[in-house]
Design a protein around this ligand. Structure first.
Ligand code: ADP
Length: 424
């Protein structure tokens, strides 16, 4: 029976959380989208349902989150986690407040802590204010985010705007006193009628204490950081055995490939880094603005190159080339063209015997996973922070995927992924 049921508001955030839980000793499986009623319950300690609810209309985000919760409850989970971004990405209309409200009501728990802190990635919360590195959230660049501009770093105020419930604060001075003090403060806030407590945290030690203080909570909300304290609660309760290797995945062998659709700086570096070492095809969508033709080029190219070394196929381009294609086709059509081509290429790679596939780009990963019909991922060892190897369960082919959000990973990420031994 699974112990922890998680609802994540985006795909790569779900993987990040799952990877964190594996790192702390839980076996984790990520499900893509709300599972159907008959979907079998994975053999795992934590199940993470990845939604696309961060920027969806609030009603839709609430509906999907409640459906995910109902499924996780039926699966037998004992505690629930609502995962959002460590920069609290949301709009005044939500979706953090409305989704959390709906989950609090559905679980009848009346209260939940809210802590997006992730000190290892520079996100800390002090006196209820969220910092990114040394900058307040609203001076960190997030105030200019195209979809969820964050113009206020005061999370008590931000969350208050999104919920009818009252929002309190467990301040640093209390958090620094440890688990018992945090637990007392949260109980007091609940008794005062607060529905939420923003909880300060500037170190992993704080997150561990907060996790311990939330052992009896039905619902925890936050970034992936605050989840680090939860596995220990289950171990203490005798529910979670100590496992040698909670991220163990089957050996799949086969060919290895990278598909890149992210145009982020990190990904461009990673492609440049791989270029000198392994066969690399850079598709030119400006010269061939046709998905089927691009896919055909890639297919012809890969024929005699798939072998013992990985291959890299990239549509990624620097900003001026991206802008040129967008000017010609429009932003959405340009993105769709490349995503369609890469999804077809992924399908062809798997048909040609590729069993380990790294995909760079969040939207690109979504398109590839849809085309391959993948519905669930068992989470394995981390390659770089937030990006684990995963095993696609229930698919036709035995397949490992590493789905990388554009900005993640060190410059040698691609080669490093395949250098990792397949079995412990
Ligand atoms: P990231 O995680 O870096 O945001 P995504 O895959 O989410 O990466 O988004 C990158 C988008 O850019 C995708 O829609 C992809 O199809 C598109 N894209 C990739 N290469 C090009 C290109 N050469 N020109 C225009 N758009 C591109």
């Amino acid at each position: 029976m699974p112990l922890l049921g998680c609802i994540a508001d985006d795909f790569t955030g779900a993987t990040d959380l799952a990877s964190m839980l594996v790192g702390r000793g839980m076996r984790a499986v990520q499900l893509i989208g709300v599972p159907t009623a008959g979907e079998p319950v994975p053999d795992a300690d934590a199940i993470i349902i990845a939604l696309k609810s961060r920027t969806a209309p609030a009603g839709e985000a609430v509906g999907d989150s409640l459906a995910a919760l109902a499924w996780l409850q039926r699966a037998g989970c004992r505690q629930f986690f609502f995962k959002y971004c460590s920069t609290f990405d949301s709009t005044p209309a939500g979706n953090i407040g409305p989704v959390a409200d709906a989950l609090v009501v559905a679980l009848g728990c009346g209260f939940a802590l809210a802590c997006p802190a992730f000190p290892a990635n520079g996100r800390s919360v002090f006196q209820g204010h969220l910092f990114v590195g040394t900058a307040l959230l609203n001076e960190s660049g997030m105030e200019k985010h195209p979809l969820t501009p964050m113009t206020d770093a005061n999370l008590v105020r931000v969350l208050s705007c999104q919920t009818e419930g009252a929002v309190g604060l467990v301040p640093y001075a209390t958090v620094a006193q440890g688990t018992a003090a945090i637990r007392r403060a949260m109980t007091a806030l609940k008794e005062q009628g607060r529905r939420y407590a923003i909880v300060d945290a500037v170190s992993d030690a704080h997150l561990l204490d907060i996790g311990a203080a939330a052992a009896g909570h039905a619902l925890i909300t936050g970034g992936s950081g605050v989840a680090i304290g939860l596995p220990e609660n289950f171990r203490q309760a005798g529910l979670l055995p100590v496992l040698d290797d909670p991220g163990r995945l089957p050996v799949v062998g086969g060919h290895a490939a990278v598909l890149a659709g992210s145009c982020s700086r990190a990904t461009l570096f990673q492609i440049a880094n791989a270029r000198g070492h392994v066969p690399t095809l850079e598709l030119d969508a400006l010269a061939t603005p046709d998905a089927a033709a691009l896919a055909a080029q890639a297919l012809a190219w890969m024929q005699d190159r798939l072998g013992d070394t990985p291959v890299v196929i990239a549509a990624s381009a620097p900003p001026e080339k991206v802008a040129a294609l967008q000017a010609r086709l429009g932003r959405e059509a340009a993105g769709l063209l490349i995503e369609t081509a890469l999804a077809e290429i992924a399908h062809a790679l798997v048909a040609a015997g590729v069993r380990r596939l790294v995909v760079a780009g969040g939207e690109t990963s979504g398109a590839v996973v849809r085309r391959l019909g993948v519905r669930r991922l068992r989470i394995g060892a981390e390659i770089d922070p937030g990006v684990p190897w995963t095993f696609a369960e229930g698919g036709e082919a035995s397949l490992k995927l590493a789905l990388k959000s554009g900005n993640f990973g060190a410059p040698d990420f691609f080669l490093k992924s395949f250098a990792m031994p397949e079995a412990a």
